[in-house]
Design a protein around this ligand. Structure first.
Ligand SMILES: NC(=O)c1ccc[n+]([C@@H]2O[C@H](COP(=O)([O-])OP(=O)(O)OC[C@H]3O[C@@H](n4cnc5c(N)ncnc54)[C@H](O)[C@@H]3O)[C@@H](O)[C@H]2O)c1
Length: 292
């Protein structure tokens, strides 16, 4: 009953969507759902940011002010600091920050805070998706218990999934609507509903067997980039000493049609994802290799 009515509302785009966190990830995602015809509310606890968004001022290079204003005028996007809106939404997507603490441990307090706000307003038939990059098992170990405390049964009363964000801000070739999504739900029904939701805005949805697989896939993608950026920079030092052009060497290697992807030297890793995410992976205590 909960499943089929939500599936119907997703399919006909009458489901009300709330996106918590209106930064580089949450705002473009909100706008993509709004463009697809959903009524979307962006929820953020930063009063200044919400004020700017309500006035039609974008805070990301991926969105022009005029496009945002058109969606506000059409009644398909609004921003608020008031979490009470979650009482009326069918879908909640969490896109809050996941920085490191001074100790280099993951700071998952933002996820806990947002998850608690959602669970406090939980009502049967809701789909909740976490998009923030985080350590493996966050969805089931951290979020699921918060909802269980409210008496909610996952896969029946409500649906919970993880779907990593892959946006590359200011990349004109790949915007939200161009990038395939990976989804892993706590139950098969959760996966199907999350896949149906994202299928409304992206060209391809890849379903995996659990949130943990989806969480790990994101960390693997970013660790892959981190390692290859470091390699390109180390390689550049060697090329300079040998008196050859690094670019010429990499371009030559890139003619190999398999098993190679070119990365070029640059100022190094930056931002709040690529240098941070390897620590999210290493933080997770793993059983010894021989016990798996
Ligand atoms: N920026 C990227 O390129 C990128 C790409 C992929 C994944 N990610 C991941 O996505 C997540 C979000 O990143 P971002 O770049 O959008 O961060 P951001 O700092 O740009 O935006 C986060 C927003 O969440 C709001 N917020 C924080 N706590 C909140 C709460 N409890 N309730 C409501 N709002 C809250 C903040 O005010 C801010 O507006 C992180 O886990 C990040 O690692 C980021």
């Amino acid at each position: 009953m909960n499943y089929s009515s939500l599936a119907d509302r997703i399919a006909d785009r009458s489901a009300r969507v709330a996106i918590i966190g209106q930064g580089y990830v949450g705002l473009p995602l909100a706008v993509e759902f709004a463009r697809a015809g959903f009524a979307v509310t962006g929820v953020d606890n930063d009063l200044d940011r919400v004020g700017a968004l309500q006035a039609g001022q974008s805070c990301t290079p991926d969105l022009e002010n005029e496009d945002l204003r058109a969606l506000i005028r059409a009644g398909r996007y609004e921003a608020t600091t008031d979490f009470a809106v979650l009482e009326r939404t069918d879908v909640v997507i969490i896109c809050v920050p996941t920085p490191l603490r001074k100790s280099k441990d993951p700071d998952i307090s933002y996820i806990v805070a947002a998850g608690s706000e959602v669970a406090a307003r939980y009502h049967p038939g809701q789909l909740v998706v976490l998009e923030s990059t985080t350590y493996p098992e966050t969805t089931e170990e951290l979020l699921l218990p918060i909802f269980r405390q409210r008496g909610a049964t996952v896969g029946e009363d409500f649906f919970l999934a993880f779907s990593p964000e892959r946006i590359d801000p200011a990349n004109p070739s790949f915007k939200v609507s161009d990038i395939p999504k990976v989804v892993g739900g706590v139950t098969p029904a959760c996966t199907r509903l999350a896949a149906a939701l994202y299928g409304q805005i992206v060209p391809r949805v890849y379903q995996v067997s659990s949130p943990k697989v989806a969480e790990l896939a994101k960390l693997y993608e970013n660790v892959f980039r981190n390692v290859n950026i470091a390699l390109a920079n180390e390689f550049a030092l060697m090329c300079r000493r040998l008196g050859v052009s690094t670019k010429e060497v990499i371009d030559a290697a890139a003619t190999k049609p398999f098993g190679f992807m070119p990365f070029y030297p640059g100022p190094g890793i930056g931002g709040h994802c690529i240098p941070v995410d390897p620590l999210y992976l290493s933080w997770r205590p793993c059983p010894p290799m021989w016990s798996r």
